[in-house]
Design a binder for this molecule. Structure first.
Ligand SMILES: CC(C)(COP(=O)(O)OP(=O)(O)OC[C@H]1O[C@@H](n2cnc3c(N)ncnc32)[C@H](O)[C@@H]1OP(=O)(O)O)[C@@H](O)C(=O)NCCC(=O)NCCS
Length: 407
């Protein structure tokens, strides 16, 4: 894959990354995101996105921008929607403001479409760049700060589990458990093989992973990383990068493990949904939103494929005539009839094109994040009458979509 464009005086070439470019990509990442650049570690680098999922933008033969797309999925309506997780978008400071990131995103979109990744999700540092290319805010990442001292008040699990470090052979069981626990939470992540290894296996100096086992069965796991204590509370803070627990006892066992870090660590950052059991046992002063909670943005890469891939409520039976606008992915644009029936959805070309919507707001509707009435009030959904608003709400509305993992 390759895309060239004249950008100012220089031509920008976008292509997949090569093996001899690993260090240059690392340096660019550090330049963009790190206060103190970390040294390049080959084994660490080889465990992230494969090279054919990394794009570079070159100017005059020199790399000036890059991004990566993880193989992922997201659960909506109990079904897994293939998703490309965009991460690490960075452009050299001297090359910014000339369309380099835009060229990378356009190429990424084409590549995701070819691979059948019907949606794409990312954590934005700036919304403008991504909104311009059709991503829209589409769900929550409710990060909380947990007082580790308070965890000592948690009740002991009734059925105890043993805790041990995770090993590479655990990976299939950890992936199965993660899927079983999170598949009914709207927006939750399905880990592709590389991201699963990255999040569910220990990396010396980067993260530890502990497995809870009961009667020979894996019933929970947690991935924790240590970071600087921001306000001199303890020697370090913990970040829970991911976890899954099959039931309340397993969850209590994992949180007992976290409490054992106290008082060397006093706080942990963790993404806990209301549906988690632990908040029921803790006062809200022990578990506070960090103020760093992110929203994620989603793009419908292939709107028809995306509508067909997710699940819907069995009792919904609706039809809405849409007119979809999409400047950067013209294959999505045009009039469609949206039908949802018997738990399945389809977007067929044609119809009256009554309800006009941009591809971004449509993504926010699709995940269940945006309410159609609110979109209409904001001028982001035109031409819908009461019946159509109710139909769209019935098709996509429900519990708030959220993501536990940051990427
Ligand atoms: C963000 C970044 C990747 C943008 O790269 P770029 O090549 O300058 O972006 P483009 O020239 O293609 O800009 C496209 C649009 O995004 C907007 N944009 C770009 N950077 C922006 C920023 N930092 N804040 C707000 N808007 C920004 C541009 O104004 C432009 O919109 P417009 O055409 O409506 O004016 C680059 O500034 C960077 O590497 N920053 C540091 C790392 C970072 O923040 N990465 C994003 C992680 S999610």
């Amino acid at each position: 894959m390759c895309q060239s464009l004249a950008c100012g005086l220089m031509a920008i070439e976008v292509r997949t990354a090569r093996d001899d470019e690993r260090q240059a990509l690392h340096r660019l990442s550090q330049q963009a995101f790190a206060a103190r650049p970390a040294p390049y570690e080959e084994a660490d680098d080889r465990s992230t996105t494969p090279l054919d999922r990394r794009l570079v933008a070159c100017e005059d033969g020199r790399i000036v921008g890059k991004l990566a797309v993880w193989e992922m999925g997201q659960w909506f309506g109990g079904r897994r929607v293939p998703m490309g997780g965009v991460a690490g978008v960075a452009v050299e400071p001297f090359a910014r403001g000339r369309g380099v990131a835009s060229a990378l995103l356009r190429e990424a979109l084409q590549a995701m479409r070819e691979r059948g990744e019907t949606i794409s999700t990312l954590f934005p540092m700036n919304h403008r760049l991504y909104r311009r290319h059709g991503w829209e805010v589409a769900g929550a990442h409710p990060e909380s700060r947990l007082d580790l001292g308070a965890l000592q008040a948690l009740p002991a699990p009734r059925r105890r589990a043993t805790i041990r470090p995770a090993e590479p052979a655990d990976l299939p069981a950890l992936r199965r458990l993660h899927e079983e626990v999170w598949r009914d939470e709207p927006g939750s992540l399905w880990h592709g093989p590389e991201f699963a290894r990255r999040r569910m296996l220990p990396y010396e100096g980067h993260q530890d992973v502990y497995v809870a086992e009961r009667e020979g069965r894996v019933v929970g796991f947690v991935t924790v990383a240590r970071g600087d204590a921001p306000d001199d509370r303890g020697f370090y803070t913990l970040t829970v990068r991911t976890y899954a627990a099959i039931d309340l006892d397993a969850e209590l066992e994992l949180f007992r493990l976290l409490s054992s870090y106290h008082p060397v660590a006093e706080v942990a950052t963790v993404v806990l949904h209301q549906s988690a059991a632990t908040p029921l046992y803790l006062g809200e002063r022990m578990l506070r939103p960090t103020g760093l909670g992110w929203c994620w943005m989603t793009r419908l890469v292939d709107a028809r494929g995306a509508v067909a891939a997710r699940g819907y409520r069995e009792d919904v039976d609706v039809e809405v005539h849409l007119d979809v606008h999409d400047d950067s992915a013209p294959w999505n644009a045009g009039a469609y009839v949206l039908r949802v029936k018997d738990g399945h959805g389809s977007l067929e070309p044609g119809g009256r094109g009554q309800v006009r919507v941009g591809i971004g707001p449509l993504a926010a509707l699709y995940t269940g994040w945006a309410n159609p009435r609110r979109l209409r009030r904001l001028g982001l959904l035109d031409g819908a009458d009461e019946a159509e608003l109710a139909a769209l709400e019935g098709a996509f509305g429900g519990r708030t979509p959220w993501l536990q993992e940051f990427f």
